[in-house]
Design a protein around this ligand. Structure first.
Ligand code: CA
Length: 244
Protein backbone atom coordinates (compact mmCIF):
# COMPACT_ATOMS: atom_id res chain seq x y z
CA UNK A 1 0.00 0.00 0.00
CA UNK A 2 1.60 3.27 -1.11
CA UNK A 3 1.02 6.81 0.06
CA UNK A 4 -2.53 7.81 -0.86
CA UNK A 5 -2.76 10.77 -3.19
CA UNK A 6 -4.49 13.71 -1.52
CA UNK A 7 -7.82 14.36 -3.22
CA UNK A 8 -7.55 17.36 -5.54
CA UNK A 9 -10.20 19.72 -4.19
CA UNK A 10 -9.82 22.00 -7.20
CA UNK A 11 -10.94 19.24 -9.59
CA UNK A 12 -13.79 17.36 -7.89
CA UNK A 13 -13.99 13.67 -8.78
CA UNK A 14 -17.24 12.47 -10.31
CA UNK A 15 -18.22 8.85 -10.86
CA UNK A 16 -20.47 8.58 -13.92
CA UNK A 17 -22.63 5.42 -13.87
CA UNK A 18 -24.23 5.16 -17.29
CA UNK A 19 -24.61 2.24 -19.72
CA UNK A 20 -25.50 4.40 -22.73
CA UNK A 21 -22.35 5.05 -24.79
CA UNK A 22 -23.45 8.39 -26.22
CA UNK A 23 -24.59 9.88 -22.91
CA UNK A 24 -21.62 8.43 -21.02
CA UNK A 25 -19.09 9.86 -23.45
CA UNK A 26 -20.91 13.21 -23.52
CA UNK A 27 -20.81 13.41 -19.69
CA UNK A 28 -17.19 12.31 -19.47
CA UNK A 29 -16.02 14.88 -22.04
CA UNK A 30 -18.23 17.63 -20.64
CA UNK A 31 -17.10 17.10 -17.07
CA UNK A 32 -13.43 16.89 -17.97
CA UNK A 33 -13.68 20.10 -20.00
CA UNK A 34 -15.26 21.91 -17.05
CA UNK A 35 -12.82 21.29 -14.24
CA UNK A 36 -13.94 17.85 -12.99
CA UNK A 37 -12.16 14.51 -12.88
CA UNK A 38 -14.67 12.00 -14.25
CA UNK A 39 -14.54 8.20 -14.09
CA UNK A 40 -17.04 6.29 -16.20
CA UNK A 41 -18.58 2.98 -15.09
CA UNK A 42 -20.95 1.22 -17.50
CA UNK A 43 -22.46 -1.21 -14.99
CA UNK A 44 -23.72 -1.05 -11.41
CA UNK A 45 -21.28 -3.72 -10.28
CA UNK A 46 -18.24 -1.91 -11.65
CA UNK A 47 -19.57 1.34 -10.11
CA UNK A 48 -19.64 -0.27 -6.65
CA UNK A 49 -16.05 -1.46 -7.09
CA UNK A 50 -14.98 1.95 -8.34
CA UNK A 51 -16.76 3.83 -5.54
CA UNK A 52 -14.83 1.80 -2.96
CA UNK A 53 -11.48 2.48 -4.68
CA UNK A 54 -11.38 6.21 -3.98
CA UNK A 55 -13.34 8.90 -2.16
CA UNK A 56 -15.52 10.47 -4.85
CA UNK A 57 -17.06 13.91 -4.48
CA UNK A 58 -20.15 13.01 -6.50
CA UNK A 59 -21.89 10.20 -8.37
CA UNK A 60 -24.11 10.69 -11.42
CA UNK A 61 -26.29 7.62 -11.43
CA UNK A 62 -28.40 6.41 -14.35
CA UNK A 63 -31.36 4.47 -12.93
CA UNK A 64 -31.71 2.10 -15.90
CA UNK A 65 -28.62 -0.11 -15.68
CA UNK A 66 -28.09 -3.54 -17.31
CA UNK A 67 -27.12 -5.45 -14.16
CA UNK A 68 -28.39 -3.78 -10.97
CA UNK A 69 -31.53 -1.85 -10.08
CA UNK A 70 -30.57 1.83 -9.97
CA UNK A 71 -32.58 2.54 -6.82
CA UNK A 72 -30.94 -0.40 -5.01
CA UNK A 73 -27.56 0.92 -6.10
CA UNK A 74 -28.40 4.42 -4.80
CA UNK A 75 -29.40 2.89 -1.46
CA UNK A 76 -26.18 0.86 -1.23
CA UNK A 77 -24.00 3.86 -2.10
CA UNK A 78 -25.81 6.01 0.49
CA UNK A 79 -25.26 3.37 3.20
CA UNK A 80 -21.59 2.84 2.41
CA UNK A 81 -20.70 6.49 1.72
CA UNK A 82 -22.87 8.74 3.93
CA UNK A 83 -21.24 11.99 2.70
CA UNK A 84 -21.26 11.23 -1.03
CA UNK A 85 -23.28 13.54 -3.31
CA UNK A 86 -25.62 11.35 -5.38
CA UNK A 87 -27.43 12.79 -8.41
CA UNK A 88 -29.84 10.45 -10.18
CA UNK A 89 -30.21 10.61 -13.95
CA UNK A 90 -33.54 9.26 -15.03
CA UNK A 91 -35.65 8.97 -18.15
CA UNK A 92 -38.61 8.27 -15.87
CA UNK A 93 -40.58 11.45 -15.48
CA UNK A 94 -43.20 10.24 -13.00
CA UNK A 95 -43.10 12.06 -9.70
CA UNK A 96 -43.32 8.70 -8.00
CA UNK A 97 -39.94 7.62 -9.45
CA UNK A 98 -38.29 10.86 -8.44
CA UNK A 99 -39.63 10.46 -4.91
CA UNK A 100 -38.41 6.85 -4.84
CA UNK A 101 -34.97 8.05 -5.92
CA UNK A 102 -34.78 10.68 -3.22
CA UNK A 103 -36.09 8.18 -0.65
CA UNK A 104 -33.31 5.81 -1.73
CA UNK A 105 -30.80 8.43 -0.60
CA UNK A 106 -30.15 10.54 -3.70
CA UNK A 107 -29.51 14.26 -3.11
CA UNK A 108 -30.89 15.44 -6.44
CA UNK A 109 -32.10 14.22 -9.82
CA UNK A 110 -32.10 15.27 -13.44
CA UNK A 111 -34.64 14.08 -15.98
CA UNK A 112 -33.22 13.03 -19.38
CA UNK A 113 -32.62 14.70 -21.72
CA UNK A 114 -30.90 17.37 -19.63
CA UNK A 115 -28.41 20.01 -20.71
CA UNK A 116 -24.79 19.88 -19.59
CA UNK A 117 -25.10 23.50 -18.45
CA UNK A 118 -27.88 22.61 -16.02
CA UNK A 119 -25.99 19.57 -14.75
CA UNK A 120 -22.83 21.64 -14.16
CA UNK A 121 -24.81 24.35 -12.33
CA UNK A 122 -26.41 21.76 -10.03
CA UNK A 123 -23.08 20.08 -9.30
CA UNK A 124 -21.46 23.42 -8.53
CA UNK A 125 -24.26 24.40 -6.16
CA UNK A 126 -24.20 21.08 -4.29
CA UNK A 127 -20.43 20.89 -3.97
CA UNK A 128 -20.20 24.50 -2.82
CA UNK A 129 -22.80 23.81 -0.13
CA UNK A 130 -20.79 20.74 0.97
CA UNK A 131 -17.60 22.79 1.18
CA UNK A 132 -19.30 25.45 3.26
CA UNK A 133 -20.99 22.82 5.42
CA UNK A 134 -17.85 20.81 6.21
CA UNK A 135 -14.61 22.73 6.96
CA UNK A 136 -13.59 24.29 9.22
CA UNK A 137 -14.76 21.45 11.40
CA UNK A 138 -15.33 21.95 15.10
CA UNK A 139 -13.21 19.71 17.32
CA UNK A 140 -14.97 16.50 18.38
CA UNK A 141 -15.39 15.83 22.10
CA UNK A 142 -15.32 12.08 22.72
CA UNK A 143 -15.37 11.51 26.45
CA UNK A 144 -12.21 13.21 27.73
CA UNK A 145 -10.70 13.02 24.27
CA UNK A 146 -10.65 16.00 21.91
CA UNK A 147 -10.15 15.37 18.19
CA UNK A 148 -9.36 18.54 16.26
CA UNK A 149 -9.59 17.76 12.54
CA UNK A 150 -8.40 21.19 11.42
CA UNK A 151 -5.22 21.05 13.53
CA UNK A 152 -5.01 17.22 13.20
CA UNK A 153 -4.46 16.91 16.95
CA UNK A 154 -5.86 14.35 19.34
CA UNK A 155 -5.57 15.30 23.01
CA UNK A 156 -6.54 13.68 26.30
CA UNK A 157 -7.03 16.23 29.10
CA UNK A 158 -4.97 18.59 26.94
CA UNK A 159 -2.05 16.17 26.43
CA UNK A 160 -1.23 15.23 22.83
CA UNK A 161 -1.62 11.60 21.81
CA UNK A 162 0.79 10.76 18.99
CA UNK A 163 -1.53 8.90 16.62
CA UNK A 164 -0.40 7.65 13.23
CA UNK A 165 -2.14 9.44 10.33
CA UNK A 166 -4.51 6.55 9.52
CA UNK A 167 -5.30 6.00 13.21
CA UNK A 168 -6.26 9.65 13.44
CA UNK A 169 -8.41 9.48 10.30
CA UNK A 170 -10.15 6.34 11.54
CA UNK A 171 -10.95 7.88 14.94
CA UNK A 172 -12.15 11.12 13.33
CA UNK A 173 -14.41 9.28 10.88
CA UNK A 174 -16.01 7.07 13.55
CA UNK A 175 -16.28 10.08 15.86
CA UNK A 176 -18.26 12.00 13.24
CA UNK A 177 -20.87 9.21 13.24
CA UNK A 178 -21.35 8.34 16.93
CA UNK A 179 -23.75 5.49 17.59
CA UNK A 180 -23.72 4.44 13.92
CA UNK A 181 -22.46 1.16 12.52
CA UNK A 182 -19.84 2.13 9.95
CA UNK A 183 -19.15 -0.67 7.43
CA UNK A 184 -15.59 -1.82 6.76
CA UNK A 185 -15.96 -0.86 3.08
CA UNK A 186 -16.85 2.72 4.01
CA UNK A 187 -13.87 2.98 6.37
CA UNK A 188 -11.51 1.55 3.77
CA UNK A 189 -12.84 3.81 1.03
CA UNK A 190 -12.73 6.98 3.11
CA UNK A 191 -9.58 6.48 5.17
CA UNK A 192 -7.42 4.69 2.58
CA UNK A 193 -9.25 6.11 -0.46
CA UNK A 194 -8.11 5.18 -3.92
CA UNK A 195 -5.21 2.93 -3.00
CA UNK A 196 -7.42 0.35 -1.42
CA UNK A 197 -8.59 -2.61 -3.40
CA UNK A 198 -8.85 -6.02 -1.81
CA UNK A 199 -8.35 -7.35 1.72
CA UNK A 200 -9.14 -5.15 4.70
CA UNK A 201 -6.69 -6.60 7.24
CA UNK A 202 -4.88 -3.27 7.34
CA UNK A 203 -8.04 -1.83 8.92
CA UNK A 204 -7.86 -4.29 11.86
CA UNK A 205 -4.17 -3.57 12.34
CA UNK A 206 -4.79 0.18 12.36
CA UNK A 207 -7.73 -0.20 14.77
CA UNK A 208 -5.58 -2.29 17.14
CA UNK A 209 -2.90 0.42 17.03
CA UNK A 210 -5.46 3.15 17.72
CA UNK A 211 -6.93 1.30 20.72
CA UNK A 212 -3.46 0.60 22.11
CA UNK A 213 -2.33 4.24 21.87
CA UNK A 214 -5.52 5.50 23.49
CA UNK A 215 -5.23 3.00 26.35
CA UNK A 216 -1.54 3.84 26.89
CA UNK A 217 -2.34 7.56 26.97
CA UNK A 218 -5.10 6.99 29.53
CA UNK A 219 -2.79 4.88 31.70
CA UNK A 220 -0.08 7.54 31.53
CA UNK A 221 -2.48 10.34 32.42
CA UNK A 222 -2.54 11.86 35.91
CA UNK A 223 -6.34 12.21 35.69
CA UNK A 224 -9.12 9.63 35.51
CA UNK A 225 -9.96 9.28 31.80
CA UNK A 226 -13.16 8.47 29.93
CA UNK A 227 -12.16 7.11 26.53
CA UNK A 228 -14.61 6.57 23.64
CA UNK A 229 -15.67 2.94 23.37
CA UNK A 230 -15.33 1.45 19.89
CA UNK A 231 -17.32 -1.73 19.38
CA UNK A 232 -16.24 -4.32 16.80
CA UNK A 233 -19.18 -5.49 14.69
CA UNK A 234 -18.00 -8.86 13.45
CA UNK A 235 -18.25 -9.18 9.66
CA UNK A 236 -19.55 -5.63 9.32
CA UNK A 237 -17.42 -2.85 10.75
CA UNK A 238 -17.13 -0.67 13.85
CA UNK A 239 -19.29 1.59 15.95
CA UNK A 240 -18.12 4.38 18.25
CA UNK A 241 -20.63 4.36 21.08
CA UNK A 242 -22.75 7.43 21.53
CA UNK A 243 -22.19 9.28 24.78
CA UNK A 244 -18.70 7.82 25.11
CA1 CA B 1 -29.53 3.32 -19.06
Amino acid sequence: MGTPAAPDRSRPSVLVVEDDDTIGRHLETGLRGNGYTPTWSRTGTSALTEAARRAYDAVLLDLGLPDLDGLDLARTLRTRFPDLLIVILTARTDDIDVIAGLDAGADDYLVKPFSLTVLLARLRAHLRRQTIASPPQRPLRLGDLTVDMTARRCTLHGTDIPLRPKEFDLLALLGRHPGEAVPREALMAQVWDENWFGPTKTLDVTMAGLRRRLTQAAEASAHPCRLPRITTLRGHGYRLERGA
